[in-house]
Every structure is written in C-alpha cells, then in structure tokens.
Write a protein that binds this ligand. Structure first.
Ligand code: GCU
Length: 408
C-alpha cells in the first residue's frame, strides 16, 4: 500500500475528522517490519502450523506477553452463584457462575455473568473482557445499562452476552503480579522471576479461556462460535486470548493500540509507544518487554504477528477517529500485514482498497476493519459492526421463541 492511498482516502473522510487526518497523514510507510515469513520460506498450511506459527508464538512469549505457567489448570470447577433467572423481559436466561481454578501454589476464583437468548438452537456468544468498573457496566441485574456492554441488544441479535470483570482475575495495578491468578501457579514471594514470566494481559486472556471451558459444558451455547471481545487494554487481551487459544472462533479488538493492534514499525506521532506502556503498565507484559522501550522500530516482532496467530479464524479490529493514542492507521496496517497468514489458507484476511473513511467497515474478508467517528470508547455502533461480521459468517442461529412465560 502506498502512503498516497492512505492520504487520499483520509482526505475523503469527513472534515470533522481533520485532527485525526492530520495525525494519519504524517504517517510514514511502515519500514523494516519483521516479516511473517522468512525469504524463500515455504508457505503451506503445514509449514505455518508446525513451524512458523510456533516460532512466532515463542517470540511473542519471550519478548512481549510472557509464557503461561499452565494452559489448563490442574484444578478447574464451575459453580452457580445463584439460581438461573429469566431476564430481559423473557428474552434471556441469566446464569451467574464462579470459576475456581488451582495450581501448585493455591486456589483462586473469579465470576462471570451470561445472558443466553431463549431459543431452540445453541447460541453463539461474545465473551467480554470488561476493563471498566463492573457496577457501571456489567450489572447482572440490568438496572444499570451501558452502551459499553449493550447486553440487551446482543441478546436481541441472537448472541449470548457473557462478561467478566478482568480485575477479579488479577487487579489492573502494579503489585508485581503477585495476586489473583499469579498466586495460584507460582511462588510469588520468589526474589527472581524469569524474564518471560507472563504479564497481566496474558493472564486476563487465559481467564477468557476458562470461560470458554465452561461454554463447552453448557448445552444452550454453541462452543464452536465464540468471540472474545474487549476494548483498549481489554482489546489487547482479546487478541492474546484468541492467539493463544485456537478454540476462539473470533477476536474483536476495539481501540487496542500499543501492545494490541497497533504496528510498532510505523510513524504515528501522538500514539502510545512501548516506553509509555513500560512507564505506567509494565506489569501487563513480561519483564523482557522493557528492553524494547524507545526501540519500537528495532523490535524483531510486531503486532501483525499476534493477529496472524489467529488465522484463519475471524478477527475484527476497530479504531476511532479521535483516538490518536491507539494509532488508528497503525491498527489498520496491522490488519493488512497480518492478512498474509490468511492467504496461506487460501483466504483473504482484510479486503481493503485503502484506509477507510469513518463508518465504512471493510468486512469482505476474514478480517474486519472499521473506523468509527468519535473518541476512545466501545459503543453500540462498534458492537453492531462486530455482530454484523459474525452474521456475515453465518453465526446467527434461527431465533426461537422462549418457551416459558416472561418474568424476572
Ligand atoms: C492507557 C494505555 C493504553 C490502554 C488504555 C486503556 O491509555 O496507555 O495502552 O489501551 O489506557 O486501556 O484504556
């Protein structure tokens, strides 16, 4: 893609987005992006699955997100927090679940709430990694509602809406990664920790996989059609979750920026760089990531590798015009560069003729990219883009009618 095409299609965008366009126009062509495939390397599905993808995973583990101590916990149990309830005027069954997990160093737990459409067929679902105060966003009683988590609309479209508060898994603050999930699998009092010890993003993504473990046990849900979705730090988490766990059929990464969908090897003036992340949120990553502060363009990895790990499954990347910190153009470039992995499968990845104007989602391939007008946020508009994409790929079940009388 030439720099020109980015500039031209941006100038076609609305005048209200001028501030954003000014940032984007300055964007330099990505340079020295570490290639997904080595020169002359075979590009067969087998080669990708058996050689290249494992190498990419190892690289991202050792340099960015860290290595998980376990994929499946030795102890895993689900229990109902309270009896199931009919909610949303009879449209959904609410299940509230406690997930208890344990390893060599202890046992811990977190909870989630699922609103499952009352229909004949098992429902596809969206597992939401919630990074905002749960009382304001994912209220299980639905007295408080939020466009950030439009559970009623999700259910009305035939999808189960399942959310957990990531803070319950491990708090989103610097504590040396010694609480929650970390305390179950390692000696958190140890003075020295491996350079590639997992960070919070990987831990939150791992928790999403435990929710998927539960989905597999639940007959009213279709475990083959599960999307993991999050915004910003939750959007970074969603990509990591789906990259590491191939059971997720889709990842939706909204405004995820640095450490998420934003490419490091591009000049995006006002966007977050690795040094910013390290200064305030080093605990999201493994220790070795610190080495790359102020060396964004020297990294032997980049975020198209993370997205490529999800191929040939579905990926949605969303940006917002007034969110230069997340680097919308960098998120778009990542989608384009990652598409090479889809081509190995004879698929298309992102189908795009240039950086899109706001609110014209590009959804013809297996990667969806859209730019929303407005600020850093996850809105009903974004949700609808993600659900439209799932619909296009045949996720929506025939919506049956509830059998019982409504009553909450
Ligand atoms: C900060 C951080 C970002 C992150 C965002 C969020 O801005 O620098 O990396 O995505 O918070 O999670 O809201």
């Amino acid at each position: 893609m030439s720099r020109l095409s980015v500039v031209v299609s941006l100038s076609a965008a609305c005048a209200a987005c001028a501030a954003f366009a000014a940032v984007a126009v300055e964007m330099a062509e990505p340079k020295d992006v570490p290639p997904l495939f080595a020169e002359g390397e075979a590009r067969t599905v087998e080669e990708w699955r058996d050689v290249r993808r494992p190498a990419v995973k190892k690289l991202l583990e050792s340099e960015v997100y860290g290595r998980r101590p376990v994929e499946r916990p030795p102890h895993l149990a689900f229990s109902a927090l309270e009896p199931d309830a009919v909610m949303m005027g009879g449209a959904a069954i609410r299940k509230r679940v406690r997930v208890e997990y344990g390893g060599a160093f202890g046992t811990n737990s977190f909870t989630f709430t699922a609103f499952i459409p009352r229909q004949e067929k098992p429902a596809p679902s969206f597992v939401f990694v919630c990074n905002r105060p749960p009382d304001e966003v994912i209220d299980p009683t639905r007295r408080v509602k939020s466009g950030f988590w439009p559970a009623e609309e999700i259910v009305a479209r035939g999808y189960a809406a399942i959310a957990f508060a990531f803070d319950e898994v491990t708090p989103d603050r610097e504590h040396g990664n010694t609480l929650g999930v970390f305390a179950a699998f390692e000696d958190v009092t140890a003075k020295y920790r491996p350079y590639d010890r997992w960070g919070a993003l990987s831990a939150w993504g791992w928790a999403a996989s435990l929710v998927l473990d539960w989905i597999e046990t639940e007959p009213s849900l279709d475990a083959k059609h599960v999307a993991v979705i999050g915004h910003s730090r939750g959007g970074k988490t969603a990509l990591v979750a789906a990259a590491w766990d191939e059971r997720f059929a889709m990842a939706c990464s909204n405004d995820s920026g640095c450490g998420g969908a934003k490419l490091h090897h591009a000049d995006l003036p006002n966007s977050e760089m690795i040094s910013h992340s390290i200064r305030s949120r080093a605990f999201w990553y493994c220790n070795r990531y610190r080495m790359w502060a102020n060396r964004d363009k020297e990294t032997p990895f980049d975020q198209h590798m993370l997205v490529a790990m999800i191929a040939p499954r579905l990926v949605c990347i969303g940006s917002a015009t007034e969110d230069p910190w997340a680097g919308p153009c960098g998120e778009y470039l990542t989608a384009r560069l990652a598409s090479e992995a889809w081509r190995v499968f004879g698929r298309k990845g992102l189908v795009s003729d240039g950086f899109p104007a706001p609110e014209t989602p590009q959804q013809d391939g297996d990667i969806s990219y859209h730019l929303r007008r407005g600020e850093h946020d996850l809105t009903p508009y974004d949700w609808n883009v993600y659900m439209d994409f799932a619909d296009r790929h045949g996720w929506r079940c025939a919506r049956g009618q509830g059998k019982e009388e409504a009553g909450e």
